[in-house]
Write a protein that binds this ligand. Structure first.
Ligand code: AMP
Ligand code: MG
Length: 328
């Protein structure tokens, strides 16, 4: 088990109590991460079987490193007729790119390849290499007509949004089976469906400086709790720390003081894309974005371990640390 997967296992504490309904649990490895599903209610096992099939199906579509995947076919041929799922995740991603002024951008693949984050063959690109690859970045290089997608000299990477999308699909299936209570964790992406025997679910927020501990918990029902953090994938080179979130404007790590961002909201796909985007945007720019989004709660942890939290979650974020409020 590599360090990344090991950390994820410890990072999220899902507190389950004894339950009055039949319960089913499942763990699996997909999308390069460990996933845990705890489902309560009649039909739990049937729902879990369908969820596993769906997750493996999405993994096969979205994995750009897998030669035969639909995404790799699109990246290589630059034009193809895609499945509804690939179309849907790409459309939702472009929507978030537009809302975040390109801080979130799935066409980062050519730059991510230079850094080696996908195959863990890490290196720091030269300025010339970056300049060449940056010419290939930009969500406006994706053209969509029906299910037909063409790419203008770019490639797509769905690493910043695929797990959130898979979580939304999982919740859809649970609802189809009339499941009212479940907690699922897809790597750092948690969704708490319903409640835990009448009490809110408790989801731990990882301390980025000691990933075996939580810096606090949130108490939630029917919410995604999604974290992006510098501790999830990183390397050191010549005494400098580098991590896997890249500013699409520079091809470099964002020039800010953020170590992790957690986004809490009802749509996992959106929360996943936004947690990555807010890592790039930093606190001030994200705070402006959030002025009209009272439906989202956000927790920023800085590289000096200070907490900046949107005021709207003050009643359900529990921590012993000092909290600075945003958009009070
Ligand atoms: P997450 O853990 O959801 O923040 O996703 C991180 C992954 O998203 C990285 O490993 C890259 O595959 C990809 N990524 C990095 N930076 C960006 C960005 N600015 N926009 C979109 N995807 C990104
Ligand atoms: Mg993300």
């Amino acid at each position: 088990m590599n360090k990344f997967k090991f950390i994820l296992l410890f990072c999220i504490i899902l507190i389950l109590s004894a339950c009055s309904h039949p319960a089913a649990q499942k763990q699996l490895f997909a999308m390069d991460t460990y996933m845990n599903f705890n489902v309560k209610g009649k039909n739990s096992q049937e729902a879990l079987n369908k969820i596993c099939d769906e997750i493996f199906n999405l993994d096969i579509i979205f994995d750009r490193n897998e030669k035969s995947s639909e995404l790799n076919t699109l990246n290589q041929s630059k034009i193809s007729n895609v499945s509804d799922e690939l179309l849907d995740i790409i459309q939702q991603s472009i929507d978030i790119s537009e809302q975040t002024n390109g801080a979130f951008d799935i066409t980062l693949a050519p730059v991510l390849d230079l850094w080696g984050f996908y195959n863990q063959n890490y290196k720091v690109p030269s300025d010339d290499e970056l300049k060449l690859s940056l010419n290939k970045i930009g969500y406006k290089k994706i053209y969509i007509t029906g299910n037909n997608i063409s790419l203008d000299n770019t490639e797509i990477d769905l690493g910043g949004v695929a797990k959130g999308y898979a979580a939304d699909k999982t919740i859809e299936i649970l609802k189809e089976y009339n499941i009212e209570s479940a907690i699922i964790s897809l790597g750092g992406n948690v969704y708490a469906l319903g409640n835990n025997d009448g009490k809110p679910w408790q989801v731990g927020i990882c301390d980025p400086f000691n990933t075996e501990k939580n810096i606090g918990i949130v108490e939630v029902e029917n919410k995604a709790v999604i974290t992006s953090g510098v501790y999830q994938r990183n390397f050191n080179y010549e005494g400098k720390f580098y991590h896997h979130i890249i500013d699409p404007k520079t091809g470099l790590n964002p020039n800010n003081n953020i170590s992790s961002v957690t986004v809490i909201g009802s749509n996992s796909t959106e929360c996943d894309a936004l947690s990555t985007a807010f890592m790039v945007m930093g606190i001030d720019e994200s705070a402006k974005f959030l002025i009209n989004r009272d439906d989202l709660g956000v927790i920023f942890i800085t590289n000096t371990n200070d907490l900046y939290v949107t005021y709207n979650i003050k009643n359900y974020f529990i921590t012993d640390n000092t909290v600075n409020f945003i958009n009070e």
